[in-house]
Write a protein that binds this ligand. Structure first.
Ligand code: HEC
Length: 130
């Protein structure tokens, strides 16, 4: 499985490079990873499917209701884990996009928010965001 994952990376890197330096909207075109999700991230994947896909799309590619999370904005150096765990629980006001606010997700208690974030970070690594 790990080998299949490595074959996906150059494609994703090219997709990002093709969008030029500006970075805006680049994330929406990122091809999501086609590899199987490792056991470690399955719980986060399940939580993501039940609570987040409606706005953030399958594998975090975004929808008309919410932004792609496979986007360089959300690289851990720009949006660190502590902030994202807080946003996942408490929501956030609109600030980077035009989708409106993200509502709080109160059922995402500490552990669940961390599990779902671990899954998001895994997705991001598959498409070379960091
Ligand atoms: C009702 C739609 C909606 C749902 C449901 C939703 N989000 Fe969001 N989310 C948004 C919007 C809209 C933004 C972008 C706000 C902005 O930056 O303008 C956002 C932003 C984010 C961000 C970036 C936060 C930041 O610091 O800028 C993360 C991470 C995130 N969402 C994760 C999640 C996770 C995980 C779930 C499921 C538990 C989830 N969201 C559920 C709409 C949603």
């Amino acid at each position: 499985m790990a080998r299949a994952g490595m074959m996906v990376l150059p494609v994703a890197a090219l997709a990002l490079a093709a969008c030029g330096g500006a970075g805006d909207s680049g994330g929406a075109q990122v091809k999501p990873p086609g590899v199987e999700v490792p056991e470690r991230y399955r719980q986060g994947q399940e939580l993501f499917r039940t609570s987040c896909v409606g706005c953030h799309g399958r594998k975090g590619v975004g929808t008309g209701q919410g932004p792609p999370l496979l986007h360089p904005y959300y690289d851990p150096n720009k949006h660190g884990d502590e902030r994202l765990v807080r946003v996942i629980q408490e929501g956030t006001e609109q600030h980077l996009w035009e989708f409106g606010d993200m509502p709080p997700q109160p059922h995402m208690d500490g552990e669940k928010a961390r599990e779902v974030l671990a899954y998001i970070r895994w997705l991001q690594r598959q498409v070379d965001i960091y």
